[in-house]
Design a protein around this ligand. Structure first.
Ligand code: MG
Length: 169
């Protein structure tokens, strides 16, 4: 296996755990504001990111690559307004898409078909993540600046339930 692809896969485990950490930080921010729906949304988002990390780890295991777990960075974003985490999340998901695309590019160049196939799920997932994150921003801007609108959005996000990833290895 191409060393660069192996390194990028291993790094992605860390990036996904960092994403989980970032979303937990957002959940704490909303908890302090008693916006329990937004908190719930990001608690579940964090679980999904942990799942992503484990999928990368398990993929490496199944193809006999050594996994090296590194320190997870401290979430370093500061949030002042209700909108801030939503915008940070949207920006962060675009960054993650770029990371996935970069691994895909290396796999493509190396004709590493099984890594490309593994990453296909993440390509779809990132489309969905960006779409969801952009909706969180736009719906807040449309409805959230009104107290009743914010209450209804918060109620809606309280209904989000965790679902295990559709990808199994
Ligand atoms: Mg992810």
């Amino acid at each position: 296996m191409n060393e660069k692809i192996a390194r990028l896969l291993n790094e992605q485990i860390n990036k996904e755990f960092y994403s989980a950490y970032l979303y937990l930080d957002m959940a704490n921010f909303y908890d302090e504001m008693d916006l329990d729906g937004y908190k719930n949304y990001y608690m579940i988002q964090a679980q999904e990111e942990r799942d992503h990390a484990l999928l990368f780890m398990e993929y490496m295991q199944t193809i006999g690559l050594k996994v090296t777990l590194e320190a997870i960075g401290k979430p370093d974003k500061t949030f002042q307004t209700i909108l801030d985490p939503l915008e940070v999340a949207a920006e962060h998901e675009r960054y993650v898409t770029a990371l996935i695309n970069a691994i895909y590019h290396e796999a493509y160049e190396d004709r590493d078909y099984r890594t490309m196939k593994f990453l296909d799920w993440f390509i779809d997932e990132q489309r969905e993540e960006e779409d969801n994150a952009d909706k969180m921003v736009n719906r807040y801007k449309l409805f959230g600046t009104d107290a009743k609108g914010l209450y209804m959005l918060d109620q809606e996000y309280a209904g989000r339930v965790y679902a295990a990833p559709s990808l199994t290895l």
